[in-house]
Design a protein around this ligand. Structure first.
Ligand SMILES: [Zn+2]
Length: 149
C-alpha cells in the first residue's frame, strides 16, 4: 500500500479532494518504517549491522496494525459463546458519503445507534427471534466511490 501511495498518491491527491485525516493517514503509511521517521542501528560484534526504522503507529497503517488486529481477533475469539453467530451488514447510501466524510463522529454514532437498536428490536420480537442478543459492531469505511466522482 505504501508503494502505491508513494507512486500514485501525488497525482491522486491533486485530482481528488480528501479530508485532512485521510491525507495524514496516507502520509503516515507512505513513510512508515522508512528513514523519514528515523530508526535504530544495531551493530553486532561480528560486524553485521541491522537498521530498524520507526513505525508510524497510525491506526490505518497495515504494517503497524497487523499484529494489533491479530491480537484483537484472538481476544474476541475468547469471548465467543458456544452459540450460532450471524454476520449482519448495515450500509449507508453512497449519496451520503460527502456528509459522512465531513461529519464522521456524528454520522458513525447515528449509524451504530440505528444498527444496534435495529438488532435489539428485531431480535427481541417473538415474531422474529424472541431472544436477547449480543453483538459487536465494527466500522468498515470505503470512500472510493466518493473520491472517484
Ligand atoms: Zn505504520
Amino acid at each position: 500500500m505504501a508503494d502505491i501511495f508513494r507512486l500514485h498518491g501525488p497525482a491522486y491527491k491533486r485530482s481528488h479532494p480528501m479530508p485532512l485525516q485521510h491525507l495524514r493517514a496516507m502520509r503516515a503509511i507512505e513513510v512508515c518504517r522508512t528513514a523519514t521517521l528515523g530508526g535504530h542501528r544495531y551493530e553486532y560484534s561480528c560486524g553485521h549491522v541491522d537498521i530498524s526504522y520507526n513505525s508510524c503507529r497510525n491506526r490505518h497503517c497495515p504494517k503497524c496494525q497487523t499484529l494489533q488486529k491479530e491480537k484483537w481477533i484472538e481476544a474476541r475469539c475468547e469471548d465467543l459463546l458456544p452459540v450460532q453467530y450471524f454476520h449482519v451488514v448495515f450500509t449507508i447510501p453512497s449519496e451520503l458519503n460527502p456528509l459522512v466524510i465531513m461529519n464522521q463522529k456524528v454520522m458513525y454514532n447515528i449509524l451504530f445507534r440505528a444498527a444496534s437498536e435495529t438488532i435489539i428490536e428485531l431480535s427481541n420480537n417473538p415474531k422474529h427471534l424472541g431472544a436477547r442478543t449480543g453483538f459487536i459492531g465494527i466500522l468498515h469505511t470505503s470512500f472510493l466511490n466518493f473520491a472517484a466522482e
